[in-house]
Ligand binder design. Structure first.
Ligand SMILES: [Zn+2]
Length: 276
């Protein structure tokens, strides 16, 4: 089956691009420049797809170092920016072994990688990654603020597209939010990052594994629901393919599960008073 990216216009100058493997990336187009947030798996011609409707100079930001976000950079021929806290993971997650797993996964889904991927995907060099230095980008009529969100990985970031009141949270919030890989931060650090979002002005939220935007109230409910009591009540839950982790699952709000490594949740407990 021939696969192709699809693009959904979310707002003026904003396209959420869907990788057939099941992950999104977002293209922000100003009057002067464009910015691509994440790059997908890279099994199809991403550069050709982007140029078909946006010929402007492109800045590429990676939300974090996981393979479904970074390997599309193989198809762009542009340097990419990544928070320096995720640099230690980039080599492992863009390795030949990881690429082979992606090719196998695509074929298992019945999605044929394109001819370039069949020939070059395993061995193509990753474009240079540079530490993300800017805190705000001016694309021309569109200003984008970088939001550090340590949690899902230490160097995870989100973006606030100011004029569109749009938050981009990548894997920091998903239909299932995962915090169980070895590089994930403790749950408390993640919770601090998410609570820091509550002072921002936004109306819509885009995340990596949902093709459709969500409303501000849904994110607020998730953050408010991430209480000690809810975390303490999390039940053992095995994630297919990741059974080696002692994962637990809770629902801060209905149908928005949060799955974490039990070892990463150590609530602060008050010491018992002497003599009690
Ligand atoms: Zn991730």
């Amino acid at each position: 089956m021939t696969a192709c990216y699809t693009a959904q216009k979310v707002a003026a100058g904003i396209w959420h691009i869907w990788d057939p493997m099941g992950v999104g990336m977002t293209l922000l187009v100003g009057t002067q420049r464009a910015l691509l947030f994440d790059t997908g798996y890279g099994l199809w011609d991403l550069k050709g797809f982007l140029q078909s409707f946006c010929p402007k100079p492109l800045t590429v930001l990676l939300s974090h170092a996981h393979p479904d976000h970074v390997l599309g950079a193989l198809r762009l021929g542009e340097s990419v920016s990544l928070h320096e806290a995720d640099f230690p993971y980039l080599g492992r997650y863009s390795s030949q072994c990881m690429r082979q797993m992606n090719l196998d996964a695509a074929r298992a889904k019945g999605l044929a990688p394109d001819s370039w991927a069949c020939e070059h995907y395993l061995h193509a060099p990753m474009p240079g990654a540079v530490p993300l230095a800017a805190q705000r980008f001016d694309l021309g009529g569109l200003h984008v603020r970088v939001l550090p969100l340590p949690g899902h990985t230490p160097g995870s970031i989100g973006l606030l597209v100011e004029e569109r009141e749009l938050l981009l949270l990548a894997d920091s919030w998903n239909p299932q939010t995962w915090l169980f890989f070895p590089e994930c931060c403790p749950v408390e650090r993640y919770r601090q990052s998410m609570r820091a979002l509550t002072g921002l002005t936004y109306k819509q939220v885009l995340v990596s594994h949902d093709p459709f935007p969500r409303g501000e109230a849904a994110l607020r409910g998730f953050i408010d629901g991430l209480t000690d009591q809810v975390l303490e009540g999390a039940l053992p839950y095995r994630v297919p393919g990741h059974e080696c982790f002692p994962t637990r699952c809770c629902e801060p709000v209905p149908q928005s599960p949060f799955i974490f490594d039990a070892a990463k949740w150590k609530p602060v407990r008050l010491k018992p008073h002497p003599g009690t």
